[in-house]
Design a protein around this ligand. Sequence first.
Ligand code: ADP
Ligand code: MG
Length: 412
Amino acid sequence: MNEGRQSPKLIFEEKKAIKLFLWLFYIFFITYSLFWSVIIPKYTTFKHSENFMDGLGIWLYITVIGILPASIYIIKKGNLYFVKYFVFISYVVIDIVDNILRYFGTNKTFASGNIVELLFVFFAPIFVNKKYFWTVSLGIIGKYCFIGILLQDSDVLLPVISTIILVAISYILLTRFNSYIQSLTAAQEELHQKEKLALIGQMAAAIGHEIRNPLASLKGFAQLQHERFPEQNEYYPIMIQEIDRIDIIVNDLMFIGKPKSVQIEPTNMKDIIEYTVSIMRQQAIVQNIGIESSYAEHLPLIGCDEKHLKQVFINLLKNAIEAMPDGGTIKLNVQYLEDAGIIVSIEDEGCGIKSEDIPNLTVPFYTTKKSGTGLGLVVTNQIIKEHNGNINIESDLGKGTKVIVTLPVCQK
Ligand code: ADP
Ligand code: MG
């Protein structure tokens, strides 16, 4: 995880984990030392091969205890995430020095590891940080290998093997924690994104509503002036055309922001497509485009909001026409498959879309056209989703685009 930009909650968790870790570290360390150096010699006849005054002797305890004030100082300085590394590295260095002083040049056999090391490995997943986890795991294994080579002693094998087993168990815990935190963060981000979009949508709907009334009077007066002064013909059609364009943008924005109530009625898809073609035919003829439509013989009715679905196919047909400035043919086909539903495909011979741009098509305001709004496919997508349908776009750059819309049929 990236420690650079974490939420206050996660920083708080890290602080709690560090505190708990320091407590446990000292409890384990002191208990373990007391156990072997005081309790065992005093109450049993068992003789440990280590003499606790060998090696660093009292300095071992002084330096290990010295880690605590240094750690508190580092936390106070704001390097919260560094403390765990500091504690671990300091401990390993002290331990190596102690072991070298204790065994190097003697014929004493190496007494296997310290329980504090188990704590390091077992506690590592709590910090949910892979880098730290591997530092600890490889650090401890490396320490034993180093001591083993230096002392030419194979007794280090036992702690190495037990550490490896523990590392494997801890690793499973770490990956579980990691995926849990990742899915939580992803869910939070998605929610945040949705809230943002909803807010933009609400604002757009409110502003759009306010814009429409003055726009209607502007259009009315422009038309009036045009009729009054027909000889000054030049600018009025452009003004009216531009006002219409603003109206389309506002309409789309209002649709995204505040979806209208859907009125589902059994409808024949053939009627919808024929209506759409009749509306768009004029624009197609102007651009020298032929529209060929074909329908399956038997088409069951679909449950839909007719007005909304007409909008979908107007948008798709408009895009196909706009992609073919040099003319060509658009093929419309309506099929029925029992397990898929009604399948409408719209195939053009236009400019096509780059494959890396396809994910952008449903991003609001994404457009490659000089006078595009980039809202057509957003609205289209939203309407199809409301109808529990699916839209799929396949495109070959320079050759053409095929849009496939699938919609469920009415339940019998
Ligand atoms: P607009 O048409 O206003 O640009 P749309 O949301 O309808 O907005 O489309 C977004 C973009 O997707 C278009 O600008 C265009 O680049 C691309 N596009 C959509 N349909 C097609 C098509 N049939 N052929 C080529 N490009 C297309
Ligand atoms: Mg469009």
